[in-house]
Design a protein around this ligand. Structure first.
Ligand code: SF4
Ligand code: SF4
Length: 89
């Protein structure tokens, strides 16, 4: 399945889990909430979590991974041939 968003083509099948959080390492700084332009990080009852549908919306910018000082966020690029494709024009 493909999702077309202005200039973006998203291929979902096979993307797999490429981001996860270790809440035992999270210090609740909320940097990931602020830095994610797609607002995929949430906080509920003091616990930070990633939106369930992140795979279809994530821009794979790795910003959340970069700002997480305690290393609570694990990020890897989706397996080859899956994930986001940015097309211009
Ligand atoms: S950036 Fe890392 S430590 Fe800070 S709230 Fe997000 S997951 Fe937790
Ligand atoms: S990689 Fe970028 S778009 Fe995806 S969850 Fe992290 S900050 Fe948001």
């Amino acid at each position: 399945m493909k999702i077309e968003l202005e200039g973006l083509t998203k291929r979902i099948p096979g993307t797999g889990d490429f981001i996860s959080i270790d809440n035992l390492k999270c210090n609740n700084c909320e940097r990931c909430l602020f830095v994610c332009v797609m607002s995929l990080w949430r906080k509920k009852e003091g616990k930070v979590y990633l939106a369930e549908d992140y795979q279809s919306k994530c821009l794979e910018c790795a910003a959340c991974f970069q700002v997480c000082d305690p290393g609570a966020i694990m990020f890897k690029y989706p397996v080859g041939g899956t994930g986001i494709v940015i097309e211009k024009g």
